[in-house]
Ligand binder design. Structure first.
Ligand SMILES: Cc1cc2nc3c(=O)[nH]c(=O)nc-3n(C[C@H](O)[C@H](O)[C@H](O)COP(=O)(O)OP(=O)(O)OC[C@H]3O[C@@H](n4cnc5c(N)ncnc54)[C@H](O)[C@@H]3O)c2cc1C
Length: 401
């Protein structure tokens, strides 16, 4: 369960270095920042996300069909999300788990996914280990294919989350929220969009991200450039072709060498007739040490029910022992042996699910229960039997992260 994942199990995070060390790191970062700002005093004003007039084409959704007219919405929902990326998906899933039914996602794009809907440039991938980055892996019973997931896999995962938690039912795509006004008398948000909707919601959750608008460098002549150009977050596959064969006879230039270019350049270099990489500030680049997920490791995560089998053997041992004693008193020693063996296996099981015991004690503490050793033994057996499957999955997440 979510609340358990947040709690370190048997670990306490202690800083391993002195405060002076951390202060010196902070000082170094501040120095480097000031150095950069000195070179580029115009800061963010070097860029624009105001994409109107001749620049409007850079914002067109290249992945969607033309917007089909629909009637404006004027209904009321419990929770309304602005945006349909991971923030909205994960929060919606948790809301569903606590019984919230009426959830609407309002998204500018034509599907959920956010960052992973918009960014489909060749080579797009996550630079955080996939088992850490992708949310709700347990709930979806999904193990990522690689150590670092590619963009298409992440986008597919977003869609799978929306499907599993029935988030498509009320979602509205190709729709941009333009106003949210709180109505005190109704205790409701009044939400307006660019499609003429006038919806109401008890809760509005801003999950609109910070990186979803293309940001262009203000380069002289951009407005009048006659060649074909687009932003990486609106990749024009109609022009390049999905396998980039459309670039075979083209001279291509890519501006910038940040994380996106690092991913896109190898594919572009291989496909284009010529590729020019325009680099103003070099970025630090390391080997992409990626590999496919080991299927044996993945299997172990899913079938981690050994502790359950071990713990279940205790009552089995006791019952077998009692039956043997009842059947024939002269086999009492054998019956006793069964009971002792069951208890030993049980202890091994308990040891291997220490986390379950910890949870059990948290539970008794929360309930304010004071139990004797025997009662603890009895109730913990029932409790652990009942929860052990969930704990095995919880352990699995522990292993992953
Ligand atoms: C190219 C790229 C690569 C990245 N790689 C990594 C990575 O490797 N590791 C990592 O940890 N993070 C990475 N990130 C950061 C990434 O954005 C976050 O990890 C995460 O996906 C953000 O999710 P979100 O739901 O908060 O926002 P987003 O995914 O940005 O989703 C917000 C959504 O809100 C929509 N929206 C915005 N305004 C409105 C409105 N008014 N009305 C309706 N809809 C609206 C947008 O269209 C968008 O779909 C990357 C980001 C980019 C751009």
């Amino acid at each position: 369960m979510a609340e358990k994942l947040d709690k370190p199990i048997g670990l306490t995070a202690k800083p391993t270095r002195s405060q002076e060390f951390y202060d010196s790191v902070k000082r170094k970062y501040a120095e480097e920042r000031d150095l950069r700002l000195k070179y580029r005093p115009n800061g963010l004003s070097q860029y624009t996300s105001e994409l109107s007039g001749t620049l409007a084409k850079y914002e067109v959704d290249t992945y969607a069909e033309a917007v089909t007219p629909r009637k404006p919405l004027n209904d009321t929902v419990e929770c309304l999300f602005i945006g349909g990326g991971f923030s909205a998906l994960l929060t919606s899933a948790r809301l569903r788990q606590v019984g919230v039914e009426s959830i609407r996602i309002v998204e500018r794009g034509a599907d959920v996914g956010g960052t992973w809907y918009w960014n489909r440039y060749p080579g797009v991938a996550c630079d955080v280990v996939s088992y850490d980055y992708l949310p709700l892996l347990d709930e979806l019973d999904y193990v990522p294919k690689d150590h670092y997931a590619g963009g298409p896999e992440i986008f597919a995962h977003c869609k799978a989350i929306a499907k599993k938690y029935n988030l498509y039912e009320l979602a509205t795509f190709q729709t941009t929220v333009t106003a949210t006004v709180w109505n005190e008398a109704e205790q409701m948000w009044h939400v307006a969009t660019d499609r003429g909707d006038q919806m109401k919601a008890r809760f509005v959750i801003c999950a609109n991200g910070i990186l979803t608008k293309p940001k262009l460098a203000k380069i002289k002549g951009l407005e009048t450039f006659k060649g074909h150009s687009f932003h990486t977050s609106r990749w024009d596959y109609a022009y390049t072709k999905p396998d980039l064969s459309g670039l075979e006879d083209k001279v291509v230039g890519i501006i910038g060498t940040g994380a996106t270019a690092v991913q896109a350049v190898p594919g572009l270099g291989a496909a284009a007739k010529e590729l020019y990489v325009f680099q103003r500030t070099p970025s630090s680049i390391d080997i992409r040490d990626d590999w496919p997920t080991d299927p044996n490791w993945a299997r172990k995560l899913i079938n981690n029910n050994k502790p359950m089998v071990l713990v279940a053997m205790y009552p089995a041992g006791v019952i077998a022992g009692i039956l043997v004693i009842m059947t024939n008193k002269s086999f009492a020693a054998l019956g006793g042996l069964f009971i002792i063996a069951g208890a030993i296996v049980y202890l091994v099981g308990i040891f291997s699910i220490k986390a379950a015991m910890e949870e059990y004690y948290n539970w008794t503490e929360k309930m304010g229960l004071q139990m004797s050793g025997a009662m603890t033994f009895f109730f913990s057996t029932i409790y652990i039997q009942y929860h052990v499957n969930r704990i095995a999955r919880w352990k699995k997440t522990g292993v992953i992260s």
